[in-house]
Design a protein around this ligand. Structure first.
Ligand code: PMP
Length: 440
């Protein structure tokens, strides 16, 4: 299969060899998207993406999640073009769209009174942690093992996950993560114990979670987990940070906080926030916490320093304002969620029929395809789960390459994002391609 694929993708392969000379690993972004070699994209539209050899793929990678409206969505593209024509991508001054975007977010997530635009999810996580520490005057931060919150030192993926060899921790001095603690998903008892212990040594500033569970719900959390976190944070005076980089607007206009009916103190955004237009990251929260970013203006002289040269460029803000507006107008999350449900049902149908050791599970438009039901059952044994996950990762990447060869682009073979552009016909086409791969 791969030989044939390499033949069909000759231009991409040649570019990949050349690129690898000047770009580490041959790509500027996440290496996970590029097995067996990076495909060079030339065109995107709706549910499809085309590579440099003219091959068309059903795009379930969606650039890692931002394009809920479908790729290269025309109504947003036109607004971006109009803004570029008027003032270019950045001004250094305030632009009206910064305000309009913040107002629109507040409209959909009433919990968020104020909003700060940044460049990426990683930056937004860093900012939210700083804000939590500044607000509480405490240093400890608790995250859930296996959760991804970007690549900053203190929360980097795999930090203390048993069985993974701490691969991503190279280059991070022990001290950088000294005040970050990890608990296993769904283990409220362990979390409570950590909060108790921290109380005696200065207290916990924040608990940060992906509200669907680590890695966008690859390891799902129990239905009332988030509500329990809220109660624990209230009891121990810690802030609750929801990392809604993936879920923000993808699981609904109210985000995961709307779905679970749980109010975090701070919310971190990325991805769908701008529909994929650079740059995409932001922090939202209550006025009392957020005003710490304002410094002297209205709060005395205390200021948590967060910001950057290209933060809140009007390009991202106009894209965000219109992307979120279009998501609300079209019901994008519902449409994409239906596509995800259809795909997931179909995949499990094929898996059952062929008796394969896989399982598909989803939360709307976020679909996971994993190697076996053991993964779900071993929720009770997180160490086993994480070892299994690490061991199977390459196998899933190889499956991803086989899907690619059959015209389907996924995220490393184990994650599928559906969009509003995924009609029943697109999903059914995808299912027959998946079946072709499973029958190999
Ligand atoms: N948090 C979560 C839950 C994410 O999935 C990601 C990116 N995949 C990030 C944070 C980091 O966002 P970015 O890649 O924009 O830095």
């Amino acid at each position: 299969v791969l030989d044939h694929f390499e033949q069909r993708c000759r231009t991409s392969k040649a570019l990949a060899q050349r690129t690898a000379e000047v770009i580490p690993g041959g790509v500027q972004h996440n290496l996970a998207f590029n097995y067996p070699f990076p495909l060079a994209a030339t065109r995107c539209e709706g549910p499809y993406i085309w590579d440099a050899d003219g091959n068309r793929y059903i795009d379930f990678l969606q650039a890692g999640g931002p394009t809920l409206l479908g790729s290269n969505y025309q109504p947003v593209r036109e607004k971006v073009h109009a803004l570029l024509d008027a003032c270019g991508p950045v001004t250094g001054l305030f632009h009206e769209y910064e305000m309009k975007l913040a107002e629109l977010i507040r409209q959909h997530m009433p919990n968020i009174e104020m909003f700060r635009m940044l460049g990426s999810g990683t930056e937004a996580v860093m900012g939210a942690i700083r804000l939590a520490r500044a607000y509480t005057g405490r240093k400890w931060v608790i995250k859930v093992g296996g959760a991804y919150h970007g690549w900053s030192d203190q929360v980097v993926y795999g930090m203390r996950v048993p069985g993974t060899g701490r691969r991503e921790a190279i280059g991070i001095p022990r001290g950088s993560t000294a005040y970050t603690q990890e608990v296993f998903p769904n283990d409220i008892g362990a979390l409570r114990r950590k909060l108790w212990l921290n109380r005696a040594r200065g207290g916990t500033a924040a608990i940060i979670v992906e509200p669907l569970g680590p890695e966008s719900g690859t390891r799902p959390v129990l239905r009332d987990y988030n509500a329990q976190l809220r109660a624990l944070c209230d009891e121990f005076g810690a802030l609750l940070i929801f990392d809604e980089v993936v879920t923000g607007f993808r699981v609904g206009m109210g985000g995961a906080q709307g779905y679970f009916g749980v109010r975090p103190d701070l919310t971190v955004f990325g991805k769908c926030l701008t529909g994929g237009y650079l740059m995409a990251g932001g922090i939202g929260g209550g006025r009392d916490v957020m005003m710490l970013l304002a410094g002297g203006i209205g709060t005395g002289s205390r200021r948590a320093f967060v910001g950057g040269t290209l933060s809140a460029n009007p390009l991202s803000c106009v894209a965000g304002y219109h992307a979120i507006g279009e998501m609300a107008r079209t019901g994008a999350a519902v449409a994409a969620g239906r596509a995800g449900d259809r795909l997931c049902r179909g995949l499990n149908g094929i898996i059952d029929r062929l008796g394969l050791p896989y399982v598909a599970y989803n939360f709307g438009s976020i679909v996971h395809l994993q190697t076996s039901a053991v993964l779900l059952m071993s929720m009770r044994n997180p160490i086993k789960l994480m070892r299994e996950h690490a061991a199977r990762k390459h196998a899933m990447e190889e499956m991803g390459a086989a899907y690619l060869a059959h015209g389907i682009l996924t995220l490393a073979g184990s994650r599928i994002y559906t969009s509003m552009a995924d009609t029943d016909a697109v999903i059914d086409d995808a299912l027959s391609r998946f079946e072709d791969v499973f029958r190999l």
